[in-house]
Ligand binder design. Structure first.
Ligand code: FAD
Length: 403
């Protein structure tokens, strides 16, 4: 079909999901209007993206520029650092066990977001309006967005990449059940004396995971999930004291630690919408799923939302926002999003829970994975393939003998 026969797509939101959606739809030949503020170039977090997500970035032409700023993830380890009665063995997943060079790359958001934003700005097929949507009118044939500058944009399909509160989702009449956790994540980057060997280690503690992920050189990123008041206390410590606390928490496995400037604290929450598309609006990224940052799931899942949406929209490119297209998208995304969100929330709750059954289930699952190489390999392969998951299963494993 000719370029011009394809309908217009309106993407709302200029976070990573919105930028990737805009690029993906434009590459698929659609005319795209992106509405969202200037991209955030000051986010000190890093994002671990697995190989399937990296393939998408490669296809969109941004991976080569990102690669020098990223570190490969070759080994992923889970260490039970709880002081509970039932503890799990350390489980180590090696990409080499399944003949992969790496599971993925850990990318600084300060590189990922600006590089995506530059690619969007340079793309002929994308018109980026650096404004916000103030109100939506969704009728049978079109989605109409009224922008803060007073202008209006209409499209066959509105892609809601407008984040966890998603005004587009609300306008489409999709309700989301939300909950907040008694946890916050302290996020920062740090240097260390010893080599990390491209190993990421997740220490499970009673307040949540403490996750170290390699960066290039002798540097790593940290997501440390603790009680909200502890996160504030830790964030207020001087560099030397905080560095020592981090080194102790990691049992000095990387030698002397020195924290880098820039600390961010994120309160943890979860949200699940009742549907993933309705009334000319399709949800992607955090508009479609919010859960705690455990096991690098969020944007990986968001990229799969976008891939599925583009695939389905391309099959009905003259009216990609039609009722039938949106119903197909909703059906396609349900199992993946539910499985991931469910497993991450379950794992998080099993860490917080004092209940013996929850601890037993977690321990039995990790035990089975730790001691049986074929099973471990199976789950690693599953983890790299869309639709099932390395962490989803390692974390929430309840039926290891079922496969
Ligand atoms: C500590 C932490 C660590 C994480 N680590 C990982 C990881 O290692 N791997 C991974 O895959 N995921 C990770 N995630 C998850 C990942 O960060 C999120 O999935 C991702 O940032 C969500 O992007 P988004 O574009 O959907 O939402 P957002 O980044 O929230 O973007 C939403 C955008 O919509 C815009 N917007 C809002 N309202 C409007 C409006 N009315 N009109 C126009 N625009 C609007 C906002 O300005 C913003 O630009 C992590 C999350 C956290 C908190």
């Amino acid at each position: 079909m000719e370029h011009n026969d394809k309908a217009r797509i309106l993407v709302a939101g200029s976070g990573p999901a919105g930028l990737i959606a805009a690029l993906g739809f434009a590459e698929a030949g659609f005319d795209v209007t992106l509405v969202g503020p200037e991209a955030n170039t000051a986010d000190g977090r890093t994002t671990a993206l697995m190989n399937p997500a990296l393939k998408v970035l490669d296809r969109l032409g941004v991976l080569a520029e990102l690669r020098p700023q990223a570190a490969p993830l070759k080994v992923m380890r889970i260490v039970d650092a709880t002081r509970r009665l039932i503890r799990s063995p350390t489980v180590t997943f090696r990409a080499s066990e399944i003949d992969e060079e790496q599971f993925g790359l850990n990318l600084p958001n300060k590189a990922l977001i600006p590089i995506l934003a530059r690619a969007v700005s340079a793309h002929d097929g994308i018109h980026w309006l650096k404004s916000t949507v103030e109100s939506w009118r969704l009728d049978a044939d079109q989605a109409h967005a009224r922008l803060a500058d007073g202008s209006e944009v209409s499209a066959s399909l509105a892609v809601a990449a407008d984040g966890r509160l998603s005004p587009a989702r609300e306008a489409a009449g999709i309700r989301a059940s939300a909950r907040s956790y008694p946890q916050s994540a302290l996020v920062l980057n740090f240097g260390h004396r010893s080599e990390h060997g491209f190993v990421s280690t997740e220490f499970h503690t009673e307040t949540g995971p403490f996750t170290q992920v390699p960066l290039p050189g002798r540097r790593s990123s940290l997501v440390w999930v603790v009680k909200p008041e502890t996160a504030q206390e830790l964030a207020a410590l001087d560099d030397a004291t905080l560095s020592t606390r981090i080194e102790e928490q990691m049992q000095s496995m990387l030698g002397r630690v020195s924290v880098e400037p820039g600390r961010q604290v994120y309160p943890l929450s979860a949200a699940s919408p009742g549907r993933f598309a309705q009334n000319r609006v399709a949800l992607v990224g955090e508009a479609a799923h919010v859960f705690p940052p455990i096991g690098a799931q969020g944007l990986n899942l968001g990229i799969r939302d976008i891939e599925d949406l583009i695939g389905i929209a391309s099959e009905n490119s003259s009216d990609p926002g039609s009722r039938r297209t949106l119903a197909a998208y909703d059906t396609r995304r349900r199992p993946d999003i539910w499985a991931r969100s469910g497993a991450v929330n379950l794992l998080n709750m099993s860490l917080l829970s004092d209940m013996l059954p929850a601890q037993l289930a977690r321990s039995a699952g990790l035990n089975a994975l730790g001691s049986f190489a074929p099973l471990r390999a199976f789950f690693m392969r599953e983890g790299l393939r869309p639709g099932s998951g390395f962490r989803a299963i390692a974390g929430g494993l309840r039926k290891p003998t079922a496969h």
